[in-house]
Design a protein around this ligand. Structure first.
Ligand code: IDP
Length: 149
Protein backbone atom coordinates (compact mmCIF):
# COMPACT_ATOMS: atom_id res chain seq x y z
CA UNK A 1 0.00 0.00 0.00
CA UNK A 2 1.32 3.44 -0.94
CA UNK A 3 2.54 5.75 1.83
CA UNK A 4 3.39 9.45 1.91
CA UNK A 5 5.13 11.76 4.34
CA UNK A 6 3.32 14.90 5.48
CA UNK A 7 4.50 17.49 8.00
CA UNK A 8 2.49 20.33 9.48
CA UNK A 9 5.01 23.16 9.65
CA UNK A 10 5.57 25.51 12.63
CA UNK A 11 3.07 28.07 11.27
CA UNK A 12 0.36 25.39 11.21
CA UNK A 13 1.13 24.55 14.84
CA UNK A 14 1.23 28.20 15.95
CA UNK A 15 -2.08 28.87 14.19
CA UNK A 16 -3.83 25.89 15.76
CA UNK A 17 -4.50 24.15 12.44
CA UNK A 18 -3.39 20.62 13.39
CA UNK A 19 -6.90 19.26 14.00
CA UNK A 20 -8.32 20.86 10.85
CA UNK A 21 -5.55 19.42 8.69
CA UNK A 22 -5.63 15.90 10.15
CA UNK A 23 -9.43 15.94 9.81
CA UNK A 24 -9.19 16.52 6.07
CA UNK A 25 -7.05 13.42 5.51
CA UNK A 26 -9.17 11.29 7.87
CA UNK A 27 -12.40 12.41 6.22
CA UNK A 28 -10.98 11.74 2.76
CA UNK A 29 -10.47 8.10 3.70
CA UNK A 30 -6.69 7.77 4.06
CA UNK A 31 -5.14 5.90 6.98
CA UNK A 32 -2.77 7.44 9.50
CA UNK A 33 0.12 5.02 10.15
CA UNK A 34 2.66 7.29 11.87
CA UNK A 35 2.52 10.54 13.81
CA UNK A 36 4.87 12.54 16.00
CA UNK A 37 5.02 15.99 17.53
CA UNK A 38 8.63 17.10 17.40
CA UNK A 39 11.22 19.83 17.28
CA UNK A 40 13.18 19.50 14.02
CA UNK A 41 16.98 19.65 14.33
CA UNK A 42 19.02 21.76 11.91
CA UNK A 43 20.59 18.55 10.60
CA UNK A 44 17.21 16.95 9.79
CA UNK A 45 15.94 20.20 8.21
CA UNK A 46 19.02 20.46 6.00
CA UNK A 47 18.71 16.83 4.93
CA UNK A 48 14.98 17.08 4.27
CA UNK A 49 15.36 20.23 2.16
CA UNK A 50 18.78 19.24 0.71
CA UNK A 51 17.50 19.59 -2.85
CA UNK A 52 17.01 23.34 -2.20
CA UNK A 53 20.51 23.87 -0.71
CA UNK A 54 21.57 26.31 -3.43
CA UNK A 55 18.33 28.32 -3.43
CA UNK A 56 18.25 31.85 -2.00
CA UNK A 57 15.43 30.89 0.38
CA UNK A 58 17.27 27.85 1.83
CA UNK A 59 18.66 29.51 4.99
CA UNK A 60 15.29 31.10 5.79
CA UNK A 61 13.50 27.81 5.15
CA UNK A 62 15.76 25.93 7.57
CA UNK A 63 15.33 28.72 10.17
CA UNK A 64 11.56 28.54 9.76
CA UNK A 65 11.17 24.77 9.92
CA UNK A 66 13.35 24.61 13.07
CA UNK A 67 11.64 27.63 14.71
CA UNK A 68 9.01 25.63 16.58
CA UNK A 69 7.41 22.22 16.78
CA UNK A 70 6.04 20.36 13.77
CA UNK A 71 3.67 17.40 13.42
CA UNK A 72 5.25 14.72 11.22
CA UNK A 73 2.95 12.08 9.77
CA UNK A 74 2.80 9.09 7.46
CA UNK A 75 -0.49 8.44 5.66
CA UNK A 76 -1.40 5.33 3.70
CA UNK A 77 -3.78 4.53 0.85
CA UNK A 78 -3.88 3.81 -2.87
CA UNK A 79 -2.92 7.01 -4.67
CA UNK A 80 -2.22 8.87 -1.44
CA UNK A 81 0.94 10.64 -2.69
CA UNK A 82 -0.70 12.47 -5.59
CA UNK A 83 -4.01 12.95 -3.77
CA UNK A 84 -2.31 14.54 -0.75
CA UNK A 85 -0.42 16.93 -3.05
CA UNK A 86 -3.76 17.95 -4.60
CA UNK A 87 -5.33 18.39 -1.18
CA UNK A 88 -2.35 20.54 -0.12
CA UNK A 89 -2.39 22.79 -3.21
CA UNK A 90 0.21 24.90 -5.00
CA UNK A 91 3.45 25.88 -3.23
CA UNK A 92 2.42 29.56 -3.17
CA UNK A 93 -0.86 29.71 -1.24
CA UNK A 94 -1.96 32.70 -3.32
CA UNK A 95 -1.95 30.40 -6.36
CA UNK A 96 -3.50 27.43 -4.55
CA UNK A 97 -7.08 26.58 -5.44
CA UNK A 98 -9.85 27.15 -2.91
CA UNK A 99 -10.65 23.81 -1.30
CA UNK A 100 -6.97 22.99 -0.82
CA UNK A 101 -5.22 23.40 2.52
CA UNK A 102 -2.93 26.17 1.29
CA UNK A 103 -5.70 27.73 -0.80
CA UNK A 104 -8.09 27.90 2.13
CA UNK A 105 -5.69 28.68 4.94
CA UNK A 106 -2.60 30.55 3.70
CA UNK A 107 -1.33 33.64 1.87
CA UNK A 108 2.50 33.43 1.83
CA UNK A 109 4.94 31.01 0.14
CA UNK A 110 7.21 31.17 3.20
CA UNK A 111 4.30 30.23 5.50
CA UNK A 112 2.55 27.52 3.52
CA UNK A 113 1.50 25.38 6.48
CA UNK A 114 2.26 21.85 5.34
CA UNK A 115 4.76 19.70 3.48
CA UNK A 116 3.81 16.68 1.38
CA UNK A 117 6.08 14.31 -0.56
CA UNK A 118 5.90 14.94 -4.30
CA UNK A 119 6.53 11.47 -5.78
CA UNK A 120 7.00 7.80 -4.89
CA UNK A 121 10.78 8.05 -4.63
CA UNK A 122 10.77 11.13 -2.38
CA UNK A 123 7.94 9.70 -0.28
CA UNK A 124 9.99 6.56 0.39
CA UNK A 125 13.09 8.61 1.24
CA UNK A 126 11.21 11.04 3.47
CA UNK A 127 9.29 8.36 5.39
CA UNK A 128 12.57 6.65 6.26
CA UNK A 129 14.34 9.95 7.03
CA UNK A 130 11.68 11.02 9.55
CA UNK A 131 10.44 7.70 10.98
CA UNK A 132 11.99 4.47 12.23
CA UNK A 133 10.22 1.28 11.10
CA UNK A 134 8.95 0.62 14.63
CA UNK A 135 7.28 4.04 14.74
CA UNK A 136 4.93 3.05 11.90
CA UNK A 137 1.84 0.96 12.62
CA UNK A 138 0.13 -1.22 10.02
CA UNK A 139 -3.56 -1.51 10.80
CA UNK A 140 -6.84 -1.95 9.02
CA UNK A 141 -9.52 0.61 9.93
CA UNK A 142 -12.83 -1.17 10.52
CA UNK A 143 -14.58 1.21 8.11
CA UNK A 144 -12.31 0.38 5.18
CA UNK A 145 -14.93 -1.65 3.27
CA UNK A 146 -17.16 1.48 3.36
CA UNK A 147 -14.38 3.62 1.92
CA UNK A 148 -13.12 1.31 -0.85
CA UNK A 149 -15.00 -1.30 -2.82
P1 IDP B 1 6.38 22.19 -2.06
O1 IDP B 1 6.44 22.34 -0.56
O2 IDP B 1 5.07 22.68 -2.61
O3 IDP B 1 6.76 20.80 -2.53
P2 IDP B 1 9.01 23.10 -3.00
O4 IDP B 1 9.24 23.80 -4.30
O5 IDP B 1 9.55 21.72 -2.83
O6 IDP B 1 7.46 23.19 -2.69
O7 IDP B 1 9.66 24.02 -1.88
C1 IDP B 1 9.81 23.56 -0.56
C2 IDP B 1 9.42 24.65 0.40
O8 IDP B 1 10.35 25.72 0.28
C3 IDP B 1 8.06 25.29 0.13
O9 IDP B 1 7.00 24.55 0.68
C4 IDP B 1 8.23 26.63 0.83
O10 IDP B 1 8.07 26.48 2.25
C5 IDP B 1 9.69 26.94 0.54
N1 IDP B 1 9.83 27.80 -0.62
C6 IDP B 1 9.82 27.43 -1.93
N2 IDP B 1 9.97 28.48 -2.73
C7 IDP B 1 10.13 29.56 -1.92
C8 IDP B 1 10.33 30.94 -2.14
O11 IDP B 1 10.43 31.43 -3.28
N3 IDP B 1 10.43 31.72 -1.02
C9 IDP B 1 10.33 31.24 0.25
N4 IDP B 1 10.13 29.93 0.50
C10 IDP B 1 10.03 29.10 -0.57
Amino acid sequence: MERTFLAIKPDGLQRGLVGEIISRFEAKGFTLVGLKFMQVSRELAEQHYGVHREKPFFAGLVEFITSGPVVAMVWEGDGVIAAARKMIGATNPLNAEPGTIRGDLGVDIGRNIIHGSDALETATQEVSLWFKDEELVSWQPSLSSWIRE
